[in-house]
Design a protein. Sequence first.
Length: 766
Amino acid sequence: MRPLLLLLFLMPEMVVSQGRIGEWRAHVAYHPVICLSETAESVVAATTNGILLLDKSQKQLTTMTKTEGLSEVGISAIAYSQTSNYLLIGYKSGNLDLLRKGQLLNFPDIFQKSGLPDKTINRIVCEGSYAYLCCAFGIVKVDLEKTEVAETWYFGAGNESIGANDLATINGKWLVATNAGIYTADRQNVNLQDYRNWKQELSLPQPNSRYGTFANFEGKLVVHHQSQDQLLGWNGATWQNLFPEIQKIRSIRSSPTGMTVITSQNIWLVNKSGNSRIDNYPPLSRTKPIDPRDALTDGNGVLWIGDFRYGLIRRSSTATFNQFLPNAPTGDIVTALKSGAGDIFAATTDIDPSGSSEAAYSIYQQGIWQNFTPEEDPGLKSIQPFTSFSFSKITPDEYWASTAGSGLLYFKKYRVAEHYNEQNSGLGAISGSCVVNGVALDGQNNLWFTNPTGKVRLGSRSSKGDFIQLPYAGMDFSHSPTGEIVVSASNIHWVVLPDEGLFACRIKGSIDNTSDDQYRKVGVQSLFSNGTSTLVSQFSNISSIAEDHYNQLWVGTGTGVVVYNNPDKVFDPGAFYGRQPSLEDGEGIFKPILEKERVTAIAIDGGNRKWFGTMNSGIFLFDEGGNHLLKHFDMSNSPLLSNHIVSLAISSGSGELFIATKNGLVSYKGEATEGASDFSNAYVWPNPLRETYHGVVTIDGLTDQTDVRITDIGGNLLYKTTSLGGRAVWNGLNSKGTRVSTGVYLIFCSSPNQKRSKIIKLLVIH
């Protein structure tokens, strides 16, 4: 585990606050920095999913993502306007956010403009009260005082879209670096929106080549000639090749003492007294090369580096390096989520020096992320990313992980203890790839796994350590994949076969004797009958499976959801049908839920409600029967980072839903938790309830379906409800819909069978 890189005083809200009901939080990585800027108060580093601001005293680190108000994800450029005091945040979509004194203003004009296939803002140049957005189609001049588009500049004949990479000025001229040369125009020209007033710079050695960023150096304008990987300097008359020893250039920047050149694995500081090179950040860059994407020298002469692997780096005058990272997961590519003992395990990826993906993972415990990468645990070195986790019920500090090509890993005390693949176990591989897609431990600590690259697709490792292949009919080698595996409360092992349906087996005697076992492979089918007609539906693209609190089996497919009310009947002769939950909207018409959605993930909360993640439409929350839609979140009405959901997991203690999207991880604080066995830990929060608090009152630590009644001190009933799992909520209002007055209020809690009860006092200050 990498030790936390920031003192806790830098992130008090993250540590002490577990989030209010209905609150969203982003859990995005901040080490893959793509660009930097400096404001009057802070140094700013941007990743594709958010920004972090380190104040000049270096004592407070603030992060901003879509959950704090940014318009979206896909940041591509940032810049600061001293005149307007705006921090400008540009996106790949053409969207633009303006941040000033903590207030965000969205400028969606480019984003909303139709007819442009690519609207990416490549760079932002600020001059006076104007911002020049170098976009994939040209340059947009924005008046920051009026917050409106002033002009749009095109450079190709007939206003053809030619992408602008950077903008500079010298000797009374504008120069624009594009993928088709450099274009120039007179600054005094009053009609730069006419492409005929822009001329291609033909004095360049290769005038039609690709050019990147500009910088000023010793009276010359320097440009990065991307096509030839070289720097060219212009003195107003001729172009000269500069610093041929610098190669693999990414970008250049002007600095107070010269020029900074960012390359793929180092940073050159160029000045008239001599050039120096930064190749690493001791002691931070220990085993992996640096990966700088931007660097700037601030007003105090301090060098700041934005690195895609190491985050925001400060180099002091004594050439020591300090890293500034918020507490966050290791990466934004999350391949699997799993809840275990109140913790959330997120499978992420790490990139090795060759550019290949390696397994990494992050554990969320009591508001803090602990990160495990190959750098900290050599057992993860050269391991393919994880596909699933499973946790031991007997020994809590032991768990297993399946991988996308490296077999199985066994962990003990957060370290890889054993690695099993085709060379030392019953696992099979194809061309050196040992894929294990699903893994589950049963109550006796026997491990069950799916191995689509093996001779048999289903196997086990007994609690004694023996690997056993399970050659059931239909589970021998096939080019069809296998997915998740779950062990139900009735000890049936359910395997997802994405192209075929489901496989179920129940072990009768010893694991290695399959002759007396029950097993069956079935297609996923639903049956609907209204008494006069019958409808049988077939389903494909089976992707997810979950067992709810009443042992019903929920299956996600390419066209909605199928639920089996009596899944133990799978071994009975005859057809095995589930049903499609249907929306009850009072019309009496059969309306299967999510029938046009590919369901990619399922999570069951403490109130037995169903959360469904989809391929294209975000997440949906239904009641426990799946008949009433309670919530729907997508990118348009929530801070979701993508509508493509990869995985879901719920923290049983907090009720927080963790959502892995294609673009990163967020969480939502739900209204339900797992029910407790008694009321010994029941409490109400916040207590006291002050006039400054505007969220709901939460009563936690209850048994499932607790009857909750709230009265004033005189016994007058104000509110009653039934807990969702172990949690109930109250909006703090009386029966008239107004906030209750100052005083003491009593919360009466009774278990469903009336055998347990508790009274909790709540102080309200209004």
